[in-house]
Design a protein around this ligand. Sequence first.
Ligand SMILES: *Cc1c(COP(=O)(O)O)cnc(C)c1O
Length: 420
Amino acid sequence: MNQETLALHYGYDKKQFGTMSVPVYQTTAYDFGSAETAANRFALKELGPIYTRLNNPTTDVLEARIAAVENGEAAIATATGQAAIFFAIANLAEAGDNIIVAKKIYGGATTLLTHTIKRFGIQAKIFESDHADDLEALIDDKTKAIFFESLSNPQIAIPNIEKIVAIAQKYNIITVCDNTVATPILFQPLNHGIDVSVHSASKYICGQGSAMGGLIVEAKGLNAKLIGNPRYPQFNEPDESYHGLVYATLPFPIFSLRIRLSLIRDIGATIAPFNSWLLIQGLETLSLRVKEHSRNAYKVASFLKSHPKVKKVSYPALESDPLHGRAKQYFKEGQTSGLLSFEVDGFEFAKQILNTTKIFSVVVNIGDSKSIITHPASTTHQQLSVEELELTGVKTGLIRLSIGLENADDLIEDLKIALG
Ligand SMILES: *Cc1c(COP(=O)(O)O)cnc(C)c1O
């Protein structure tokens, strides 16, 4: 079946209650009915709901559906995208290990993976994902994961995915790709040899800026990469926290199962059932929306490209963009979502544009159906000096747009007036 159909139907049996909409199971716990059933569920002899921190029937549908849409084996939903990234990494690396992280990624992921995770004894090494020429030299016996974004926010870069995957496979290291911006509609990481895909579902999957959520999807066949792999003893040796359970012996997708049984169980960061329901609604129209976001952004990017006061436009779907070749190589019909950036002369002019637009909201989010404008130098990157800004590629006059679903002509008119 195709993605559009799976996104509408997969994982929910309408015959159960006859409801067209997936029911929201707004409950904390479940009646086991008998002591035996309770014992069997805890012993994994029977899979079924135990307690909503661990699993929930509404969330089960979301998980099954995203796994199907992304052509994966299984998925885990989390409270936010940040939790999804943390769990995917913490499932692979422990104190004393290291991970290799792309330079061009989301700011929140950079702080999590380079600073916060260091406090847990996991060291991050940074690689230049545009070419990945420096990646192989960073690998050692303690390297447990390679992390990158398929379409990076806010740099709007597309890494050399083929090369990253080839190197990871050579050393039997698990790759984790944040696919938030591209979404499964434009790019399917697991079809390109990537092992684990993560999402901030708060963005395009939700689509209306109304709920937060994270998703982790594991590739088909990932068990075979983990079982017997000396890099990952945690899947092959008894787990003390689960009375000596050896994940490698279980007939389930063990990457996801271990996240549920140890990380979600112990740390929490569970998605609320109602948010799962909102994300299910979002998934239903994701394919239509992402194509329309992309079409709109293409029109806006073309306008900006021709404007005399715009110094540079980054939008890989544009034929003139340096990353256009990669966009066509990896992304469906070369489309690259609603995210684009452009550069004008100076800090003050950039701020003035933000203050003059009427349709664009000044908000730090992306993927909403309503258009959003941000000025990284005065907000997310405020703490950096002008020199540091230049180094990270965030120029003082850089503006990021998340193009929504309004009529593109109205957005262009709004920007035309703001640019003066
Ligand atoms: C927003 C975002 C995140 C973090 O997700 P939250 O849902 O806000 O926790 C991670 N990665 C990317 C690419 C994002 O845009």
